[in-house]
Write a protein that binds this ligand. Structure first.
Ligand code: FES
Length: 249
């Protein structure tokens, strides 16, 4: 009989059950949750705004927030977690007052997005998903924000800053860290990440000028081309027809 080799230690890494919200916070959140859930025919349809609500409370989606959403909507923690981890707007780690997202998707990247991200990393001394020690700025590189006509684009708390350069991006983060009011390229002055999350949960956005603003020239250019094409007289000849009778090959 031979000695059996010693079994390796198995670490289960079981997580600790999250603490529920203290009663006074829970009471307030339940009222907000009731308001949100009443907007939908089925409670589970309210999950996305409810996740924004708990993100507004904690600055990110915590285990406590996930349990709260699950209880309010009759879902399991696993179901809520699956949704919260699918969408990148829900953060799983503490977030600064200003979430700065630099688009490093192809078009923005080649037009300067990579350089902007690199400059901010150096200037702020933080990397992807990290927050400055003063708790003001969390930096991330993000995917296309559907504002490619203003590339390279940076977003702060999901508001657009168009046609950025490394210098202008640094200037914006410096102003934010100094507590100055900063206006995006379109829309109202920035509010904090938590205030933004509450607006995204569907509560009123009372910032001055929030409904002001018009589409910019690059956005309208495509519309103009489409309008011109639609109003051009029909020739009866397909545009791609080469004239050799075979059309486009
Ligand atoms: S590639 Fe940056 S907004 Fe589309």
């Amino acid at each position: 009989m031979t000695d059996k080799p010693a079994s390796p230690t198995v670490l289960l890494n079981l997580t600790v059950r999250p603490e529920p919200y203290p009663p006074h916070i829970r009471q307030r959140l339940e009222l907000d949750a009731k308001d949100i859930i009443a907007r939908y025919p089925h409670p589970r349809s309210a999950l996305l705004p409810l996740l924004h609500l708990v993100q507004a409370e904690d600055g990110y989606v915590t285990g406590t927030g996930i349990d709260f959403c699950a209880e309010q909507l009759g879902l399991t923690g696993a179901e809520v977690t699956a949704v919260a981890t699918f969408y990148s707007m829900y953060r799983r780690t503490p977030t600064g007052d200003y979430h700065v997202g630099v688009c490093t998707n192809t078009l923005c990247a080649v037009l300067g997005g990579d350089a902007i991200y690199e400059a901010l990393q150096q200037h702020l001394g933080i990397g992807h998903g990290q927050t400055t020690p003063d708790g003001a700025v969390t930096l991330e590189h993000i995917e296309c924000n559907a504002a490619c006509d203003y590339a390279p684009v940076m977003m702060v708390n999901w508001e657009f800053f168009d046609n950025q350069t490394p210098e202008s991006a640094i200037e914006i983060t410096d102003a934010l860290r100094a507590g100055h009011q900063v206006r995006p390229s379109r829309g109202a002055p920035l509010c904090t990440f938590r205030e933004t999350a509450r607006i995204l949960a569907g509560f009123p956005d009372e910032r001055p000028g929030v409904l002001e603003g018009v589409p910019g020239e690059p956005t309208l250019a495509g519309l103009r081309v489409a309008d011109e094409a639609a109003s051009a007289p029909e020739t009866g000849i397909p545009a791609a027809d080469s004239g050799d009778g075979e059309g486009m090959r």
